[in-house]
Every structure is written in structure tokens, then in C-alpha cells.
Write a protein that binds this ligand. Structure first.
Ligand SMILES: Cc1ncc(C[n+]2csc(CCOP(=O)(O)OP(=O)(O)O)c2C)c(N)n1
Ligand SMILES: [Mg+2]
Length: 633
């Protein structure tokens, strides 16, 4: 290989060595704080990366920390948890072998991209030079010689490149950093690394390894869009603000509180936005949408202006297009992504959430603007009524009985403070948490509900703990979720990370079971039971001991049979300095108080024709609901 320039100094390294060294020199900066962009690298090794990236990590162990994962998808989850807890200013890289190791990344990559969270994926790839074709684990596509399994990562990546020549790494690595630090585009970034190229030497210009700082921008609003937004807010009688994940990503919580306090506008939140105001702020009206509070959903039904801040307006938030029912409702979308800014035919206010909120507050200030006192009184009283409902389902008068799922949350609520972080992603817990959880701090409520991926919780807890050492980090998992991905418990044990895992045992998919029943599916295939001989799995429960399973992976496990035992176990887990699991079976009978039912609809299409009465009845109900949907134009 020759030098790119005869005058500037060069450094001879393999592609893998150059990449690791380059990554160690990248930083981000926002609001005057500078940190490493790539905090560490996760890896599972195989022939596709062991001699390239693997060797480079030994060579540069002093500048690039390494974490050993058990499963590639889980490594991405851990990286995502880390990035979110780092406010997207620091990320992790993930190295894998080729073939199955690489395709195991796909789910994690989709999750990262959907949630706009940065993660750098470095799958190995088949030989660029193709000396032997095919190599182990190579996909052969009869019509295309340049396709490998890594092409599965293209649609789930925000940037994808395959480094087939060493020098191509230079522009690709710079573009990868640009996307990782771009507040609009960020998500999974994939650099596929053919295994021969990883090990190939090249004379790199020394400047490639210079310390580099990527400033994360905070664009302000366009003056015309700002003026239109101010006019809309002044004209509104019943405005409602919906805080999405963008509020957290931008660290706009204080600017949001200022705007809310100046105007009296109530603040509801999506799953990603919960905690934007602390639960005891008088203007926090809780979660909105299908899993929302009665307070927020009533405000949504009657709002004449809905101000979305950093939200993508998913179906859970809009109750599949049925929630916002005021005949003249309009939307104002403060969003850094123009695509989200224009959703629901809203007035776009394309800007960083913090900058945009501060500009709105400033622009409204000269003449002042506040909603009517009667509006404030009404939502304040409504909020109080909802709080009493939360208290009622949290409370367990008899400590000697088996807890319901809301009582598990009540027991946890009783022992946490603002430093605790609670992680969840799928099952019936997200709905209960969105309705009930009292977020005490901006980052306490960590729900991955963009992809709602079972198995995110435990690896994400590891990533979060790495970004927030010393804070109690809780992964709440259902039994189905636990079985999907318990593998990274081993990683927590290996690294001495005192994550806390709460396993909620209810013998199957309570959430999907309930959904199945409501859509005429008769709970088919949703319980963990033996086959009954008639094509269903409705026999005896399975003799499975998940507590013993967690213990076998190296966790300390506390089994709680009653509410009283649960309280003690949670307190003990919270104080523990090693990974600790609390295992609890919940009371599922509908004769005991569970979480309040959904306050708004969610569209899951029901069979248009069927013979079974349950499906026929479900379809009738469905058609009634569908008829209330509107298109906001
Ligand atoms: C990876 C993945 N597969 C499937 C689903 C669909 N799904 C959503 S919730 C759920 C069941 C969750 O079961 P469990 O963790 O036991 O929670 P529960 O519903 O009992 O509260 C399933 C299968 C999903 N969200 N993620
Ligand atoms: Mg379950």
C-alpha cells in the first residue's frame, strides 16, 4: 500500500486497528460538555472478526474498553440503553462475526433506529477478494455476487457502508460519526467489514487519528414558523402539550417547565416522554393515549390545540386516530425532524426542543399568555381523582396475600427515590407503568416503546448501569420476556454490575392473552401450558422455575410469595452490590383490583368473517370503534 500523500506523516496499521484507534479519538460536545463519542465496544467473536477487530482490541486495550456479550442482539440493546442514558452524547460500538452473528444484530438495529438512539454496528463480512467462494456462513445469491447477509441491515440502519478497500474507511468512518451525532438522523450506523480487509495494512494519514469533536447542534426556529406557532397558541382555549422522547434527548425539561408554568398549559407524555415534568408538578397530567390516564385522555378529546414536542405521534399516542375529537382541533409540532413536524397536518415548528420551547416562551412573554383559570382548576381536580385511583390499585391492605401487578409497582414505588431507573419494554407492564408510575426524575422512566422489544430490559439495564454507575437500575420483566433473553445476566455477573431484575410470573403472555380475547382470538397460544390435545395449549401450567434459572446464571435470587415478602425483597435488592433478582408470581384473577382499563382505543384489526361467536362479536365492536377514527387534514 502506498501513502495518500508524500508529505504528511503516515501510520501503518490494519483497517481494524485504524478503526479502533480512530473511534477512541472521537468526542461529542453540547452545552459546553465534552465526552467520548464511543465509550466502549461490545463483542462476540468468530472467524469474521477475531483476527481483525479482535486483534485490534488487544492492541488498543488501553484506549478502547471492551465488554463481552453473550448474544449479538442483546449487545445492541445494552448499547442502546447506554446511549439513551447518555442523552445520545455517547454511544457504544458492537463487533460481530459474519453470518449468524451479524444477522443477530438486525432486531437491535431496528430498535435503535426506531427510537433514534445511536449505536455503531461493526459486523464482519465475507471476503472482499473472494479467494474461496463461498466461505463458511456465506449466503450465495444466484443473481447477485455482491449481496451478503449484512444487506439485511440496510433498511434498519441510518447509514450503511461496506469497507471493501482500506482507504474507503476514511470517508465512511467520518460519515458514520456524522450520523451518530446528528439529532435528526441518528440510529443504527453499520460499517460492514469484510474479514480480509479488516486484517489488511495501509499507510494512514496521521490526521485520521487526531482528536476530533462533533458538536451536537441545537437549531432554532424559523421566524415565520415561530410567529405562526405563537398565533395558534394565543388563539387556543384548550391547549394541551404532548411531551415525547425528544424532550429528553434535547434535555429540554427545564425549558418545558418554564413554558408550562408561564402559560398554564397541561403536559401529557408519551412513553418516551414520561418524566419530562416530575409526576408531582401540578401540570403533569401523566401518560396519554391508549395507555394514558383519564386526565390526559379527557384533555386530548377536548383540546383545540395539541402542541406536540419531540413526538412521532404513534398509534398508541393518538389512540389510532380516535383520540383528538374536538371538531376544530389543530396540531403544532415542535420537532427537530421535519417529517415529524408535518405529521397530522400540523403547523411545523422545526427546531431543537429546548431552543424551540425557549423561543416560544420568549415570544409569548411581551403580552403574556395564560389559559383560563377554570381550565386549570378542571385539570387539577381531574389529576387529583386519577392520583386516588393510582393509590387504590397500589395499596395492598393485607401483606400476607399474593400481589397483583399494580401492587408490585406500588411496592417498588414505596422504596425508590429520584436516583432509581426503571426499565421496561413489552408485555402488560408498559401499559400499567404508563398509567400508574410516578416518575420522580427526568430519567427515572426508561420505557423502550418505539419497538417494544421483549428482551430489551436486562441487557439495557447493563448499558444504563454503565452510563449511570451507583444508581439503582431495575429491569422489570414478564416471564415471557425473561425467557426471550436472560443471557446477559451472565454479563452483569461478570462485570459486577449490581442491576436488579424483577421477574413478574403470570405463566404466559397476559398482555397478548387479553388482546387476543378482545379481538376474538380466544387467548390461543398465549399461555405457557401443556397441549390439551385439541390443538390448544390449555393444559396444566408448565413446571418451569425461572428463579432457579436466574440463580443458575449467577444472580442472587430472592423469591417473594406475598406483598410483605415482596417489599422486603425489593429493599434488599436495592441495597445489594451484586446483580440481584426478585422473583414474584402475581395474582391475575380479575376479581382483585388491577390497573384501570384502557381509556382510549388501539387499532388491531379483527377478522371480517369467522364462524366463532367470539370473533363475530369482536368484529361488531371493532367496526364501531373504527367509525370514530378521523384523519387530521
Ligand atoms: C421480541 C418480541 N416478540 C414478540 C412480541 C409481541 N409481544 C408483545 S407482549 C408479548 C408477551 C409478553 O409476555 P410477558 O413478558 O410474560 O408479559 P405479560 O404480557 O405476561 O405481562 C408478546 C409476545 C414483542 N413485543 N417482542
Ligand atoms: Mg407473562
Amino acid at each position: 500500500m502506498t501513502s495518500t500523500s508524500s508529505t504528511s506523516p503516515t501510520v501503518r496499521l490494519t483497517v481494524a486497528q485504524a478503526l479502533v484507534r480512530f473511534l477512541a479519538a472521537q468526542h461529542t460536545e453540547r452545552d459546553g460538555t465534552r465526552q467520548r463519542l464511543i465509550g466502549a465496544m461490545w463483542g462476540v467473536f468468530g472467524h469474521g472478526n477475531v483476527a481483525g477487530i479482535g486483534q485490534a482490541l488487544v492492541e488498543y486495550a488501553d484506549v478502547m474498553p471492551y465488554h463481552q456479550g453473550r448474544n449479538e442482539q442483546a449487545m445492541v440493546h445494552a448499547a442502546v440503553g447506554y446511549a439513551r442514558q447518555s442523552n445520545r452524547l455517547s454511544a457504544h460500538a458492537v463487533t460481530t462475526s459474519i453470518g449468524p452473528g451479524a444477522t443477530n444484530l438486525v432486531t437491535g438495529a431496528a430498535l435503535a433506529t426506531v427510537n433514534h438512539l445511536p449505536v455503531l454496528l461493526l459486523p464482519g463480512d465475507v471476503f472482499a477478494a473472494r479467494p474461496a467462494d463461498p466461505v463458511l456462513q456465506q449466503l450465495e445469491v444466484p443473481y447477485a455476487g455482491d449481496v451478503s447477509v449484512n444487506d439485511c441491515l440496510r433498511p434498519v440502519s441510518r447509514y450503511f457502508d461496506r469497507i471493501t478497500r482500506p482507504e474507503a474507511l476514511i470517508p465512511a468512518a467520518l460519515q458514520a460519526m456524522r450520523v451518530l451525532t446528528d439529532p435528526v438522523d441518528t440510529g443504527a450506523v453499520t460499517l460492514a467489514l469484510p474479514q480480509d480487509v479488516q486484517a489488511e495494512a495501509y499507510d494512514w494519514p496521521a490526521e485520521f487519528f487526531a482528536e476530533r469533536t462533533w458538536a451536537v447542534r441545537r437549531p432554532g426556529a424559523d421566524p415565520a414558523e415561530l410567529a405562526a406557532a405563537v398565533t395558534a397558541i394565543r388563539a387556543a382555549r384548550r391547549p394541551l402539550l404532548v411531551a415525547g422522547g425528544g424532550v429528553h434527548h434535547s434535555r429540554a425539561e427545564a425549558a418545558l417547565a418554564e413554558f408550562a408554568e408561564a402559560t398554564g398549559v397541561p403536559v401529557a407524555s408519551t412513553q418516551a416522554g414520561k418524566g419530562s415534568l416530575p409526576h408531582d408538578h401540578p401540570q403533569d397530567v401523566g401518560g396519554i393515549g391508549h395507555t394514558g390516564t383519564a386526565t390526559a385522555d379527557e384533555l386530548a378529546r377536548t383540546a383545540d390545540l395539541v402542541i406536540g414536542v419531540g413526538t412521532r405521534w404513534t398509534d398508541f399516542t393518538t389512540a389510532s386516530g380516535t383520540l383528538f375529537a374536538h371538531p376544530e382541533v389543530r396540531f403544532l409540532n415542535l420537532n427537530i425532524a421535519p417529517g415529524d413536524g408535518h405529521k397530522l397536518a400540523g403547523l411545523p415548528l422545526v427546531a431543537d426542543a429546548r431552543s424551540g420551547l425557549a423561543e416560544l416562551t420568549g415570544a409569548l412573554a411581551p403580552h403574556g399568555h395564560r389559559v383560563a383559570d377554570s381550565y386549570v382548576t378542571a385539570y387539577t381536580e381531574d389529576k387529583e381523582r386519577w392520583e386516588q385511583r393510582v393509590d387504590a390499585c397500589y395499596e395492598a391492605r393485607d401483606p400476607g396475600v399474593r400481589p397483583t401487578q399494580p401492587q408490585v409497582l406500588g411496592a417498588l414505588d414505596a422504596i425508590v427515590d429520584a436516583s432509581d431507573i426503571v426499565i421496561n419494554a413489552a408485555g402488560s407492564l408498559p401499559g400499567d407503568l404508563h398509567k400508574l408510575w410516578r416518575a420522580r426524575s427526568r430519567d427515572q422512566y426508561h420505557l423502550e416503546y418505539g419497538y417494544s422489544c421483549m428482551g430489551y430490559e436486562i441487557p439495557a439495564a447493563i448499558g444504563v448501569q454503565l452510563a449511570a454507575p451507583g444508581r439503582p437500575v431495575w429491569a422489570l420483566v414478564g416471564d415471557g420476556t425473561y425467557l426471550m433473553m436472560p443471557t446477559e445476566i451472565v454479563t452483569a455477573v461478570q462485570e459486577g454490575l449490581p442491576i436488579k431484575v424483577v421477574i413478574v410470573q403470570n405463566h404466559g403472555y397476559a398482555s397478548i392473552g387479553g388482546l387476543s380475547e378482545s379481538v376474538g382470538g380466544e387467548r390461543f397460544g398465549t399461555a405457557y401450558r401443556f397441549p390439551a390435545g385439541d390443538g390448544t395449549h390449555t393444559g396444566a401450567p408448565l413446571p418451569v422455575d425461572l428463579a432457579a434459572n436466574a440463580a443458575s446464571l449467577g444472580m442472587r435470587v430472592l423469591r417473594a410469595k406475598t406483598v410483605g415478602e415482596l417489599r422486603e425483597a425489593l429493599a434488599e435488592a436495592r441495597a445489594a452490590d451484586t446483580p440481584t433478582c426478585v422473583y414474584v408470581e402475581t395474582e391475575t384473577a380479575d376479581t382483585v383490583s388491577q390497573a384501570p382499563p384502557a381509556q382510549a382505543w388501539w387499532d388491531v384489526p379483527v377478522a371480517e368473517t369467522a364462524t366463532r361467536p367470539s370473533a363475530i362479536k369482536a368484529r361488531e365492536l371493532y367496526e364501531r370503534q373504527v367509525s370514530t377514527r378521523r384523519r387530521h387534514l
